[in-house]
Design a protein around this ligand. Structure first.
Ligand code: IPD
Ligand code: CA
Ligand code: CA
Ligand code: CA
Length: 264
């Protein structure tokens, strides 16, 4: 395992254990609302602090971009490496005791995601990937599904909650996917949704308006498992746009076309 992945795993496990220790007392947590359906609790912040403490100990000259703002003394432009961190992806699930949430850490070198770690503490699932070296779940090599047609495909998604503008774009896509695939799931953690594409559980996934910390690790996971990730027009710059279409290699183009077609 690459030394950077080792440290990312240490950090993700520390954060995951911190989250688990608080999972029995969600009712008494101090929760704030950052935006429509975007919540942050002391657990999100505490998990982020665990991760940042670990990175600082080993790599004080690396930049950090973290969802809850605990990041950078070093500016990303001045650093070779930037760590992109979602300390708790799936906060709404966590706050409702739904065990579908994770810690997500992507490591970017000069704009390219080189390593990714996703840790789901409740099942104890550890996903790792390094560019050019494949993706693993609990040390077992991952491969995207071999499903060949959209009719057979199970597609994951994330929905725009209380965002009427984005809903306008999203609803026709949802309609097309409802009419043309085997099924849709909305589990509530974008990082894990991408990890599920990498495992082959989902044949594809799409969501609009995601942030770099939701997807940095997951994008690499899918690509290293042999899948394809693009933005809505098939281009590579997913981190910048936040619009994500991921699928196995056979279904990626058909899924892009389906999402963009006016009618199924
Ligand atoms: C959210 C989750 C969710 C997605 C939202 C994200 P958070 O992240 O990934 O699945 O639909 O767009 O904001 O806020 O729980 O870290
Ligand atoms: Ca959030
Ligand atoms: Ca997130
Ligand atoms: Ca989060």
């Amino acid at each position: 395992m690459h030394p950077l992945v080792n440290i990312a795993v240490t950090a993700a496990r520390a954060a995951g254990n911190f989250i688990l220790r608080h999972s029995e007392r969600v009712e008494s947590l101090n929760v704030q609302t950052k935006g429509a359906s975007d919540f942050v609790s002391e657990v999100d912040r505490g998990a982020e602090a665990e991760i940042i403490r670990t990175i600082r100990r080993y790599y004080p000259d690396h930049a950090i971009l973290a969802e809850e703002g605990g990041g950078s003394e070093v500016h990303p432009d001045d650093a070779e490496y930037t760590w992109i961190i979602d300390p708790l992806d799936g906060t709404t699930n966590f706050l409702h005791r739904v065990p579908q949430y994770c810690v997500s850490i992507g490591i970017v070198r000069r704009g390219v995601v080189e390593h990714g770690v996703i840790y789901a503490p409740e099942p104890g699932d550890l996903y790792t990937a390094s560019k050019g070296s494949g993706a693993q779940l609990n040390n077992r090599r991952l491969r995207c599904s071999r499903t060949k047609t959209l009719e057979e495909a199970l597609i994951g998604t994330g929905m725009p909650i209380r965002n009427p503008e984005r809903r306008e774009i999203y609803m026709p896509m949802l309609g097309n996917v409802l009419d043309s695939t085997a099924g849709i799931r909305r589990p509530g953690s974008a990082a894990l949704d991408l990890a599920y594409v990498a495992t082959g559980r989902f044949d594809g996934f799409w969501e609009l308006g995601l942030k770099p910390w939701d997807i940095a690790a997951g994008i690499l996971m899918v690509r290293e498992a042999g899948g394809v990730v693009s933005e809505l027009y098939g281009r590579d710059d997913v981190l910048a746009t936040g619009n994500v279409v991921a699928a196995n290699i056979k279904l990626h183009d058909p899924l892009v076309s389906l999402l963009r077609s006016d009618a199924a």
